[in-house]
Design a protein around this ligand. Structure first.
Ligand code: MN
Ligand code: MN
Length: 427
């Protein structure tokens, strides 16, 4: 449910399948050869995996890139306060959310608190069946006359997305006794002081597991399909891919896509480029020109979800250029908004190459754009890797309720995306 958890689980999947840590190979002084399997991790929030191919790296790689951050509510740095004998946790939302969707649902908290001595305290509340759940309150309908007149963006305001944390006062405490009791409990459970929350990363996310969805069980309901459903299928494709492919297979999972791919762990970070430079160094070719040629000759699918056609909101789509649940992986030649602003807009030569890769392996695919022209829009990491003069095409799974606490995907599409990613890696 968090980028850190995704990285931990991806690392485990990689190691269970024989991938070794890139830094360990560098330290060993060994060189790399076709068939080697390597991974590298950036600040616990990015992971990149490589399956080294038989062709030299400079002839290009096949890259699947997805993001592992999802919209959520982050605890503020000074989060815990008390008001009228209720203790609350103050949050700041992350990514694009309809705020009214986050009230009166069971919530969990996952994340870390880092102490001054460098110790990491892992926090997980709300997903173990013996845990309590948390939540954000909403006004009862009986008193909501004024509230119901507001527009949807104002019904629940960002500053009111505060999580109810407790209601028992600490004995013999006069002021803020409920908060004092919460702090005492946090100290007992995690050995932390209030000040330690200054250096914490606590993410409030929907509680509960992903579930089968629909009477026919054809779909999966879960939090964070955008974009972990594409991250998982991309990761599995590289892990399950044959040993020593022709072109080096790569899966890169990035953070911060939902807020612009910025910062050290976002797609704009030099982490990916540095990892490739390390690989080239292990092939004795770590010069700038070879790096640039490697990136330029690389082909990528930007694995990110697409908006599924929702029959209840049909008006926002162009039906002949929409993604339908159950019709296979979705290729978005371009994303963006208004006049394709901010879009990668893949070259038709490359789109044709991808079509051939899919048809040769009989993979079901569809093409779409995000809604009607001028209806809205969105973006992915495609253009960022495109800056390397790399061919990139958006390719992912159609989602209903995107960015809601519960998102829906079709099982058939998830499997078809996995097959599509393998077909791409093999071409
Ligand atoms: Mn996405
Ligand atoms: Mn998104």
């Amino acid at each position: 449910k968090t980028e850190r958890r995704c990285v931990q689980l991806s690392k485990k999947l990689a190691e269970d399948n024989g991938f070794v840590y890139l830094d360990d190979v560098i330290k060993s002084g060994k060189k790399i050869k076709a068939g080697d399997k390597l991974y590298s991790i950036n600040k616990n929030k990015n992971i990149v995996l490589f399956k080294i191919g038989t062709k030299p790296l400079v002839e290009g790689m096949r890259v699947l890139g997805a993001h592992i951050d999802s919209p959520r509510l982050d605890a503020k740095q000074n989060p815990i306060y008390e008001k009228e004998s209720i203790s609350l946790l103050d949050t700041h939302y992350y990514g694009g959310v309809k705020k009214y969707q986050w009230v009166t649902i069971p919530l969990a908290i996952h994340g870390v608190i880092i102490k001054k001595d460098g110790t990491t305290v892992n926090v997980a509340i709300g997903d173990d069946e013996n845990d309590p759940v948390l939540g954000i309150s909403d006004l009862l309908i009986h008193l909501a006359g004024d509230q119901m007149q507001k527009t949807a963006s104002k019904v629940i305001e960002g500053e009111d997305l505060d999580v109810t944390f407790g209601s028992i006062p600490l004995k013999d405490e006069e002021k803020n006794a409920v908060k004092a009791n919460i702090l005492k409990m946090l100290n007992e459970k995690y050995q932390i002081e209030e000040e330690d929350l200054l250096s914490a990363e606590l993410e409030v996310v929907p509680a509960g597991k992903a579930r089968d969805y629909g009477f026919d069980r054809s779909m999966v309901a879960g939090y964070g399909h955008d974009d972990r459903v594409c991250a998982y299928t991309s990761l599995r494709a590289v892990v399950d891919m044959e040993e020593a492919p022709e072109y080096t297979s790569c899966c890169i999972l990035v953070d911060k896509e939902e807020i612009g791919s910025v910062g050290a762990t976002g797609a704009h970070s030099l982490f990916f480029e540095n990892a490739i430079l390390e690989l080239l160094n292990l092939q004795n070719t770590a010069d700038l020109l070879t790096l640039r040629k490697t990136l330029e000759n690389t082909k990528m699918l930007s694995s990110d979800v697409s908006a599924g056609f929702d029959p209840l909101f049909a008006g926002v789509n162009d039906p002949k250029n929409s993604a339908y649940l159950g019709n296979g992986i979705v290729f978005n030649k371009y994303t963006g908004s208004r006049g394709k602003s901010g879009s990668n807009d893949a070259n038709p030569e490359y789109v044709a190459w991808v079509r051939d890769a899919m048809d040769s392996k009989e993979v079901h695919y569809q093409t779409a754009e995000l809604g009607k022209v001028d209806q809205g829009g969105g973006g992915t990491i495609a253009y960022i890797l495109g800056n390397y003069n790399m061919n990139v095409l958006d390719a992912g799974i159609a989602v209903l309720n995107m960015h809601a606490p519960m998102e829906i995907v079709s099982k058939a599409d998830v499997y078809e995306a996995y097959l599509a990613y393998i077909a791409f890696l093999k071409k």
